[in-house]
Design a binder for this molecule. Structure first.
Ligand code: TXA
Ligand code: MG
Length: 333
C-alpha cells in the first residue's frame, strides 16, 4: 500500500468542512467516537468500503458498522421493527449498535455480503458535526490495524494507521474506551447480544422487557465457523503475552517477577513494587473500561516479558465487556 502523509486535525469549522468534502469524494477519515476511534468512509460508496478494509488489513468477510446522524435515517437503510424503534429512542445517540435486515441502498461490500446491516447513531459531538456536514451515513470500524487493540486517542490511530490514511480528526480521549454493544434484532422475537460493550445488557433488557440470548461462540476462533461475523476468539491483542487472573498475587510475589508487569483494577495498598499498575484509582469499572486499551498499548510498547491483568468481577454492568476484551486479547494465536 502506497504511503501517504497523515495529518492529525482539530475540529475547527474549516477542518470539518474539508473532511466532510473528502468523505463525499470517497476518502477515509479517522474519527473520534464516544466508544473508540473509527475509520470512516461513505457507507453508500462500495469503493470507500474497500478502502477501509485495505487500510486496516481487515478480511473482507468482517462487516462494517454504519453510523447515522439521526435515527430517522434508519428506515432508508434497514427494515425497522418495534424493538429497534424502542432501543433507538432510549439509547441513541449512544454506544448501541443494532443489526437489522438491510435494504438495497446499503452496498454488499459494507455488510460483507450479509442480508443484514449493523447501524448506530454515535454521540461524540465532533463526529456528529461531521455526519451532519457530510450528509451521508458513514461506515466505520475501529481505527486499528486488524487484530490489534482498538484506539482511544488520535495518537493511537496514528501509531497504527499513520502513512495509510490522510486524515485523523482529534476529538480527545474516548469517553467510554470500549466498543458499542451489538444487539441482533433481525428476529424481534429472539433478540440476541452479539457483543457486550459500553451499554450494559441489563439496560437493553429493561427497555425490551425481555432477556437477550447469547449465541454460542465457535470454538477455536476458526473463521469458517464464525456465526456472528467478526467475533473471532482472538482479537484486540497486544504483542506481549497477556495472562489473566481472577485475583493478582501479593506484592512480595509480584516483586520477584520484576520483568513482568501486574495490572490491578484498583490502586493496591502502598508501598507497591515498580512493576505494578492500576486502571482506576478505586477500581470503578467505568474508569477501568476507559483506560483499558490505552494502558495495554502503553505496556505493549514497553519491554515487559508478560502483562498480567486482573479480571473484572460481577456479571452485570461493565464487567462482561471488560472481560470479553481481555479474554480475546489473551486468546492463543
Ligand atoms: O463502538 C463501536 O462499535 C466502534 C465505533 C467506531 O463505532 N466500531 C466497531 O467496529 O467496533 P468494528 O468493525 O471494530 O466491529 C464491528 C463488528 C463486526 O466485527 C461484527 O462483529 C459486527 O460489528 N457486525 C457488523 N455488521 C454485522 C452484521 N450485519 N451482522 C452481525 N454482526 C455485524
Ligand atoms: Mg474492531
Amino acid at each position: 500500500m502506497a504511503t501517504v502523509t497523515t495529518r492529525v486535525l482539530r475540529g475547527t469549522p474549516r477542518n470539518l468542512n474539508r473532511l466532510a468534502a473528502a468523505l463525499r469524494r470517497g476518502e477515509l477519515v479517522a474519527v473520534p467516537t464516544e466508544t473508540v476511534y473509527g475509520l470512516a468512509g461513505d457507507a453508500l460508496n462500495p469503493d470507500a468500503a474497500d478502502a477501509i478494509f485495505a487500510a486496516k488489513g481487515r478480511p473482507a468477510n468482517d462487516p462494517l458498522i454504519v453510523h447515522l446522524h439521526d435515527r430517522r435515517q434508519l428506515a432508508s437503510l434497514a427494515v425497522v421493527n418495534e424493538s429497534a424503534l424502542k432501543l433507538a429512542r432510549a439509547f441513541w445517540p449512544g454506544p448501541l449498535t443494532l443489526v437489522l435486515p438491510k435494504l438495497p441502498a446499503v452496498p454488499d461490500r459494507v455488510t460483507s455480503g450479509h442480508a443484514s446491516v449493523a447501524v448506530r447513531v454515535p454521540s461524540h459531538p465532533l463526529f456528529r458535526k461531521l455526519l451532519r456536514l457530510c450528509g451521508r451515513p458513514l461506515a466505520a470500524p475501529s481505527a486499528n490495524l486488524f487484530g490489534y487493540l482498538s484506539p482511544t486517542t488520535a495518537e493511537h490511530v496514528r501509531a497504527g494507521l499513520g502513512g495509510r490514511i490522510r486524515s485523523i480528526l482529534d476529538g480527545g480521549p474516548c469517553a467510554f474506551g470500549l466498543e458499542s454493544t451489538i444487539v441482533d434484532l433481525r428476529d424481534e422475537a429472539r433478540p440476541a447480544l452479539l457483543r457486550p460493550g459500553a451499554l450494559a445488557r441489563e439496560a437493553i433488557e429493561a427497555v425490551l422487557s425481555r432477556k437477550l440470548r447469547v449465541p454460542a461462540q465457535p470454538a477455536g476462533g476458526d473463521r469458517a465457523q464464525v456465526v456472528a461475523p467478526g467475533q473471532l476468539t482472538r482479537h484486540y491483542s497486544p504483542r506481549t503475552p497477556l495472562v489473566l487472573h481472577a485475583s493478582l498475587p501479593a506484592a512480595a510475589v509480584v516483586a520477584r517477577h520484576s520483568q513482568e508487569v501486574f495490572v490491578f483494577l484498583a490502586r493496591p495498598p502502598t508501598p507497591h513494587p515498580a512493576n505494578v499498575r492500576w486502571l482506576d484509582e478505586r477500581g470503578d469499572l467505568r474508569g477501568v473500561a476507559r483506560r483499558l486499551f490505552a494502558e495495554l498499548r502503553a505496556l505493549d510498547d514497553g519491554a515487559w516479558k508478560k502483562i498480567h491483568v486482573e479480571l473484572a468481577r460481577g456479571d452485570d454492568g461493565w464487567g462482561p465487556a471488560i472481560n470479553d476484551r481481555l479474554h480475546r486479547a489473551a486468546a492463543k494465536r
